[in-house]
Design a protein around this ligand. Sequence first.
Ligand code: 5GP
Ligand code: ZN
Length: 115
Amino acid sequence: MNENCIFCKIANKEIESEIVYEDDEILAFKDLSAQAPIHFLFIPKKHIRSMNELSAEDFVLVARILGKVKDLAEEYGVSETGYRTVINCNKDAGQEVFHLHVHLLGGRAFTWPPG
Ligand code: 5GP
Ligand code: ZN
């Protein structure tokens, strides 16, 4: 738990969120500023600042998160139409919240390359 981290507070239920999945290690909730009909954020409950701070012992957890992204994409009906997963890291990628999170975006078409 990082006292200054908004996603730690969400994981700790100190800040409300619309939770779509939860287990001991992972929380998924709706993005407050949805950029697509489906826009969920998947976080490890433990504080990891960004991709740069991932250690080998976190790899299983990250793989579990991706597995849940896949499951929820199916559950919310975007598996066949398609979806995008995004992990922003640091300034150039526009990371705003420094607690590792995976965006799941679906329900509309996206352009490539991203801006
Ligand atoms: P980043 O740019 O760091 O990858 O994305 C952070 C995301 O977190 C943004 O899409 C933003 O809308 C979302 N976000 C920021 N604060 C909150 C919050 O308090 N609650 C929820 N549900 N989403 C948030
Ligand atoms: Zn945190």
